[in-house]
Design a protein around this ligand. Structure first.
Ligand SMILES: [Zn+2]
Ligand SMILES: [Zn+2]
Length: 232
């Protein structure tokens, strides 16, 4: 699979679509593939989707959105007409995690910084409002100098660069964690977890380059290649 050229992958996907997708939705399916014809990462995802077709449902992928991302590993939502599925892409591997609303492995939750499945489900409630995923936005992004997450991602818990959502100060410096927990100091794991839940509920602040001590003012190199949708 990884040796295949993109043209070949597209051909394979279109073949899967012919066999797996309901006749009246095939044109729609192929249009989405065409929209991503230059994005090798999304093509791999579509290949995986149509190859195994979750639950053998005949619906095509309409959109791919990014729910979250950690250390460059995106957590993606794959939306069809009536369903949504979660995938993770790491290196060359496309991993099907399950249908939206299904419980995910603790490992996955922990990696993306969700205390439990409930919090993940909250993040998945408005998938259709999220932006389309494009792997081309990924390279060249700023990385947190301390905890190495990419721009737009949440810091590793405890990272001194993370900004406190209550006071806008440095979160490992301010007293908000004690104020929020109503205790003098944090002495056990349960309190850490409780604080993490409060923090997620409040809304953590993602890393942006302005937070970085060594923020360079160079113009960035995003080539606004959003691609207008063309109708025939
Ligand atoms: Zn950080
Ligand atoms: Zn604070």
């Amino acid at each position: 699979m990884r040796d295949k050229g993109m043209m070949e992958i597209i051909k394979d996907i279109e073949l899967f679509i012919q066999y797996g997708v309901a006749d009246d939705m095939q044109i729609q399916a192929v249009k989405v593939v065409e929209r991503y014809h230059q994005d090798a990462v999304v093509l791999r995802l579509l290949y995986e989707f149509y190859r195994s077709l979750p639950e053998a449902r005949e619906e095509p992928v309409l959109r791919v959105v990014q729910i979250d991302s950690h250390q460059g590993v995106p957590l993606l939502g794959v939306l069809t007409l009536s369903y949504a599925y979660l995938y993770l892409i790491t290196g060359d591997e496309v991993l099907f995690l399950g249908e939206k609303g299904q419980d995910l492995d603790d490992e996955v939750l922990e990696f993306f910084g969700y205390p439990d499945n409930e919090e993940l489900n909250k993040a998945c409630q408005q998938l259709s409002e999220l932006e389309d995923f494009s792997s081309h936005d990924q390279p060249g992004r700023m990385v947190c100098p301390v905890c190495s997450v990419f721009e737009g991602e949440y810091h590793q818990l405890g990272c001194p660069v993370e900004v406190c959502p209550w006071c806008d100060g440095q979160m490992n410096r301010c007293n908000c964690r004690f104020d929020q927990l109503g205790i003098e100091n944090i002495s056990d794991e349960d309190e850490v977890i409780r604080f993490q839940q409060l923090l997620v509920a409040k809304g953590r602040i993602r890393f942006v380059r302005e937070q970085s001590p060594a923020y360079p003012s160079a113009g960035d190199c995003l080539d606004g290649d959003e691609g207008g949708s063309d109708s025939r």
